[in-house]
Structure formats: C-alpha cells, structure tokens
Design a protein around this ligand. Structure first.
Ligand code: AMP
Length: 170
C-alpha cells in the first residue's frame, strides 16, 4: 500500500496558509497503521535501542508501539508543565514566539541508545530541541524517525549530526 494515499490534506488548518497533514485517516486504517509501524521497525532493526522518545502528542502514537516491538522503554517528550517529576527543558522557536519541551531528568541514563519518533518533520525545531534534551541527559541518539517529512522546510538541515529517516516525503 502507498501510505501517502492514506494521509488527508486539510488546507488552512490550524491557521491560514498551513496545509495540515491529517494522519487520523492513516491511523484508522488498520493495514496502513501496521505498515507504517513495520516500516519504522525495519529502519531501526539491528540496532540496540534502550529508549524510544515520542514527541507530544502524535509522536506517542507511533513511539509507544515501536518501543514495545523493539523491547525498549518509552519516554514522552512533553510540552511545558505536563510532566510531574523534575525535568530538563529546551526552548525552540515557532513562527511566532517560542515553545518549551521537557523530559523527566531520570528518564534517560548516560550511554543509553535513544530513538526519537514523531509524526512529522517540518522546520525541525521540535526534533532538534528533543535531541538536545536527550544529549543533556547523556543519551546517545541512534536516530530520528518520522512518518512524514515536509522537505521544503529543510528541517533535516538542523539534524545533520543524526541519522534521520522519513517514510513519506512531500
Ligand atoms: P517543526 O518543529 O516545525 O518540525 O514541527 C513539527 C511538529 O509540528 C510536529 O510535531 C507536527 O506534528 C507538527 N506540524 C508541523 N507542521 C505540520 C503540518 N503541516 N501538518 C501536520 N502537523 C504539522
């Protein structure tokens, strides 16, 4: 199956000028969801992954089953104020203003091999901030996997130190 055919474009959401990639149409299709997870597993196969970090919130949907299949733990990277225990934080730029992402301080131990997962790579700000957090805690980034990459936004240029893979490119 061509996974691209299961993703729906929503123009001008959440604001004018944004073409939103709606993945709910992929997720509700059992064969498509499974294929996406299988393809992600194929990328990670052969590497020893200790922790999968999923980026809030759609990164959780792929990150958690991936962690289970890889026999790894799952760690959520969350938006500011959601995690209850002590955290490390990283700020990143949005089109207007900034955002902050957090990971629990005790979630990753030095030397752990970490795979970062999200649904979509746009400008790369979110993923880069998450990578910084993992490295602050001493984690070693084995790679970053995305379902979708919006190539024209050149997010990959901010992640040149790491292996980056996307299943679908626009
Ligand atoms: P960025 O930090 O610019 O790479 O943005 C990545 C995050 O924003 C991801 O977690 C996506 O879920 C979300 N995102 C950005 N642009 C889009 C888009 N066109 N369609 C759907 N989600 C998007």
């Amino acid at each position: 199956m061509n996974l691209r055919d299961t993703i729906r474009d929503i123009p001008d959401f959440p604001q004018e000028g944004i073409l939103f990639k709606d993945i709910t149409t992929l997720l509700k299709n059992q064969a498509a969801f499974r294929q996406a997870l299988d393809e992600m597993i194929n990328i990670a196969r052969g590497q020893k992954i200790d922790i999968v970090v999923g980026i809030e919130s759609r990164g959780f949907i792929f990150g958690a089953p991936l962690a289970d299949r890889l026999r790894a733990g799952f760690v959520p990277a969350r938006k500011l104020g959601k995690l209850p225990a002590p955290t490390v934080q990283a700020e990143y730029d949005l089109e207007y203003g900034t955002n902050t992402i957090e990971i629990h301080k005790d979630a990753i131990k030095p030397g752990m091999k970490v795979l970062i997962v999200d649904d979509l790579l746009a400008t790369g700000g979110t993923a880069e901030a998450t990578a910084r957090l993992v490295e602050t805690l001493g984690g070693e980034i084995a790679g970053l996997i995305f379902l979708i990459e919006l190539k024209f936004l050149k997010g990959r240029c901010r992640l040149t130190h790491y292996p980056v893979t996307a299943l679908i490119e626009y």
